[in-house]
Structure formats: C-alpha cells, structure tokens
Design a protein around this ligand. Structure first.
Ligand SMILES: NC(=O)c1ncn([C@@H]2O[C@H](COP(=O)(O)O)[C@@H](O)[C@H]2O)c1NC=O
Length: 529
C-alpha cells in the first residue's frame, strides 16, 4: 500500500518544499484545512483529512484530525497481526509520516492584553494528539514538528527512501519535550489567571518548570563545569535575563549571579543609588543627591573590593560618571541608560560589559524563587519587605519597636532604614554598618554573628571619623548573646536594628541601655543562605 504523510501545520515555513519531496518519494499526502489549501495552491497533489475520514472539520477547527482512522493509521504496530487486521477491517491507511506544528499559544499569551478566551482558543488539542501518537510509535512513524528538521528528513528520504531509526527516536524525544513545554505554558497561564481570580492553591501539587535556552555559557562556576542560561517565557522586565547588553563579551555564569544580586539591591531604592557587588555580596552602596555623588560614596565604602566588581546605578550614566568609572577595573556596569558621551568613553574598554535594564519596572518582580538541591526543588516566596523610601523616613516607621530607653534620633532612623535594605541581600550571618548615605562595613557569610560584626566594624574603623557621625548597625537575624552589641558599642556604634526574637534579647537590650544606645526590633528576619 502506498505510504501516507499527514501534514497539519500552523507555521507553514518550508511546508511546500517538504510536500514536494514527499510526493517525489511516492508518498500520498493528507492534510487539514489551511495546510491543504497551501499545498494545493502550489499544485501538489493532496487530499483532505475530511475526505479520508468521511467526517468534516467542525466546531471552528476544534475537531479536525481526532478520528480513529487517523490515529489508528498512526498508532497501529506494523508487526502485529491483530493491528494489521484492524487496519484492514476499518479501511485505515498506514500513516507513516506526521508533520505537525502547533497553534501559537506562546506567541498568543506574549501579546499585550490578550483575553482568556483568545488564549484558550489557541490551545491546540488535535496537534499534540497527533504528535504524541506518532512519537509513541516512532519505531515505525516519523514525526517532525520543527521546520529545522525538514532538511534532514528530505536528505534521508532522498538517500535511503526512508528514515533512520536514530532520527525517528530523536524526533520522538523532541515531540515530548515540546508537548510538555506547551502544556506547562498552558498550566502556568491558567494558574496566573487563577491567582488573579484569587482561586490559586497554596502550593502546586506537581511542578513542571519550562524555560527557553537563552545561550550556552562558556563554563559554569568553574572552567570544568559546563553551563547554560535559560530564560523564562514571560520575562520580568527588571531582570538580568531581560537586560540589553550594549558592549563587551558574553556574561559568565558567575557574572549573571553577581549582576542579579547587584540589581536586586539597587531595586530597593527610588533615590539615586550606586551598588558595587563582589561574589554575590555588596561591598559598597551609596546614596546621593546625584548619581555621581552616590557612586563616590559607594566607592568610598570599599575602594579595594570593588576591583573587578559589578556596579549598578539607577540613573543614566553621565559623561562625568563614565570618566570616574573608566578609572576603575570593573567587569560590568548596569544602568537604565548611558548618555552618548558616556557610552563612547566606556566602550573604549574592550572587556567591560555595559547593560541596560528597565528600572521603571522594578516593582514587577516574580512572586516565587526556586533553588534546586539533589533530588529536590525548594520553592519560596521572594523576600519582599517594605522598608520605606529614604525620603519618607521622617519618624519611626510604625512597624518598628523601640526596645531601649533611648529612641533613635532622626539621622539614626534614616541610617537604620538604609542598612536594613542592604543587610537582607547579604549572605547570613549578615551585619551591615552604615551612616545615612553609605555602607561603612559589610560582614557576610560568617558562621557566627560576632565574626560578621568584627569584619564590618574593622572596615568602618579604617574610614574617616567624619563618616561615623551617624553610625548604626543592622543585623539580618537576632543576637543570640550580647557579645555583638557589646563589640559594636566598643567600636562607636550608637544604634542597632535587628529582628529580635532571641530568648536572650534582654541581654542585648541591657547592654544598649547601659551604654546609651538605641535598639529597634523589626520582627522580620532576613536570612539569606
Ligand atoms: N482539532 C484537531 O483535530 C486538530 N488537528 C490538527 N490541529 C492543528 O491545526 C493546525 C493546522 O491547521 P490548518 O491546516 O487548518 O492551517 C495545526 O497547528 C494542528 O496542530 C487541530 N487543531 C486544534 O486542536
């Protein structure tokens, strides 16, 4: 019996050329509405699926190929006598080639303001069913869903008159990769719709994440680790994945993580801010009336660690700022934009990467974050807390509890609010000491809190005393003992902000009261592991 190919494609790229090759190989063509019209218009012999099944396409195309004569012809095992008998009894044709691509669901939901109704109409039912039937029976059936595979199909047919088992197996794997991606997009879309309608479950019962490959990276954390970068289908605008790169070589795996860390800190601020990051932790953060002033403070905060670091500023890079930045060895600069003269100056540095990100969208952040561990995946809400904009800090925020006899002064309140915005982005145990405008020291990732405090306070001690007129300490979690606060007092800190909640809180409060320090408790812990 003559072999048959079923062609039903939304993306009609290359379909005419392929149809011609199939016909030249003596294969009969069956096709659905639009695909049939296109092939017929090219003068290639083709028959409609309707004519074959005796059933019309109906319900606006919701039912076209969902028929036993179609699926029997695909799914029947060619080496099974019962299947062969069924094929003969029901006048079924062997369908050995299935060329199908799907309704453009992803493209549809990526459009602005698409209605739920339009999205649902773009959920392909018959297409995935054809693909899955054919892929299941790949021992006998060739299934092609990606026009980029037409070339190899044509070449194998021309050379051998049939496809190789290896090619059919590869194509089948590709089908299930595509259909699971497709279904995940639908589930994600409907779950977002459920969130909007307040119908979402607390947690998904099953989770299937789907990302598109953005690029292969040169290597991972180290040169012997292979790595790749995948991007979400609906990219948050304020993200490194959505950033536009204007200059410099490809970002590395570590660059991407560090750049993300720096961007998240800058995203905390409305006012001009400059953030420098090394190894996922901020080494300097500065605020200013202007972006130049903010960067000067960021640099002054730690002029050594910034070497080879990543800088994010939340205002356009001016020519003056570019001149300063050009004098420092940096890996990446991220900003909302670069003035022309700034771009000209900075692009002279061959290895410096220049990126822009849409800071206007800084509030549009994903709700959850994911971390994989061997054998599992941890999902949690992102750590969003509402420290106030610095400008708005005129008195004590309502959520803060003053634990000491002395309440913090206005300048201390401002500095504490600033330090709290930073400390939550520092690896635990995290201690940040600061004035109202800049970090003076950052202690990150030590196994005991007093160790982190020592590091931060040592950095602060090296700075001009005039910068310590206001001198506060922020801690990401409570103080289990009074040693950290005692040390802070010895080094000149006058006010402390921390979540509170230790059974020995009173010990730290007592030290503060004895020394005339102010202490505020926020009741919100910011571990970052
Ligand atoms: N309902 C069906 O039986 C059905 N069978 C195939 N399709 C899809 O219809 C599209 C092609 O349609 P047309 O040939 O009319 O342009 C393909 O994307 C194919 O995946 C169907 N459409 C949606 O489910």
């Amino acid at each position: 019996m003559k072999k048959t190919a079923l062609l039903s494609v939304s993306d009609k790229t290359g379909i005419i050329e392929l149809a011609q090759v199939l016909v030249d190989q003596g294969i009969a063509l069956l096709s659905t509405g639009g695909t049939y019209e296109a092939i017929k218009a090219a003068g290639i012999p083709v028959e409609t699926v309707d004519a074959y099944t005796g059933f019309p396409e109906m319900m606006d195309g919701r039912v076209k190929t969902l028929h036993p004569k179609v699926h029997g012809g695909i799914l029947a095992l060619r080496d099974n006598s019962e299947h062969q008998a069924a094929v003969q009894a029901h006048d079924i044709r062997w369908i050995d080639y299935v060329i199908v691509n799907l309704y453009p669901f992803k493209e549809t939901i990526s459009q602005k303001d698409v209605s739920l109704e339009t999205a649902i109409e773009n959920i392909d039912i018959g297409g995935p069913t054809l693909l899955r039937s054919a892929a299941k029976n790949y021992r006998f059936v060739t299934v092609v869903t990606d026009p980029r595979d037409y070339g190899r199909l044509e070449a194998e047919l021309k050379a051998e008159g049939e496809t190789s088992p290896e090619f059919r197996a590869y194509l089948a794997k590709k089908v299930f990769e595509l259909t699971s991606h497709y279904d995940t997009l639908i589930a994600d879309y409907l779950s977002q719709a459920a969130v909007q309608a307040n119908e979402a479950d607390q947690a998904w019962e099953h989770i299937t994440l789907t990302y598109d490959q953005k690029e292969t990276l040169r290597y991972g954390e180290n040169s012997h680790q292979a790595a790749s970068f995948y991007k979400a289908v609906n990219l948050p605008a304020f993200s490194i994945a959505a950033a536009e790169q204007h200059h410099g070589k490809q970002l590395s795996y570590n660059n991407l993580k560090d750049a993300n860390a720096a961007l998240q800190i800058a995203g905390e601020f409305d006012e001009p801010v400059a953030v420098a990051v090394k190894h996922m932790n901020p080494c300097g953060v500065g605020l200013g009336e202007t972006i130049e002033e903010a960067f000067d403070r960021c640099y002054q905060a730690d002029s050594i660690s910034i070497f080879g670091g990543i800088v994010v500023v939340n205002r356009p890079v001016t020519a003056a700022l570019a001149e300063t930045l050009a004098g420092i060895f940096l890996e990446i600069i991220i900003a909302p934009s670069f003035e022309e003269a700034a771009m000209e100056r900075l692009t002279k540095k061959k290895n410096l990467r220049l990126l822009t990100v849409d800071f206007n969208k800084r509030q549009e952040q994903p709700k959850e974050e994911f971390v994989s561990i061997p054998g599992g995946l941890l999902v949690q809400d992102t750590d969003r807390s509402e420290e106030l904009p610095q400008e708005a800090i005129t008195a004590l925020p309502d959520a803060w509890e003053v634990a000491t006899e002395r309440a913090p002064e206005a300048s201390e309140v401002k500095a504490m609010n600033f330090a709290m915005k930073i400390v939550k982005h520092v690896k635990s145990n995290a201690i940040v000491v600061a004035n109202e405008y800049m970090t003076l020291g950052v202690g990150a990732g030590q196994m005991n809190r007093v160790g982190s405090a020592e590091i931060a306070l040592d950095q602060a001690a090296e700075k001009d005393a005039s910068l310590r007129e206001t001198f506060v300490m922020a801690s990401d979690a409570f103080f289990p003992m009074d040693d950290t606060v005692t040390l802070a007092h010895e080094r000149g800190v006058t006010a402390v902000i921390q979540p509170g909640g230790s059974i020995r809180d009173e010990d730290s409060v007592k030290v503060c009261n004895d020394k005339g320090m102010a202490m505020v408790m926020t009741n919100v812990r910011h571990f970052r592991h």
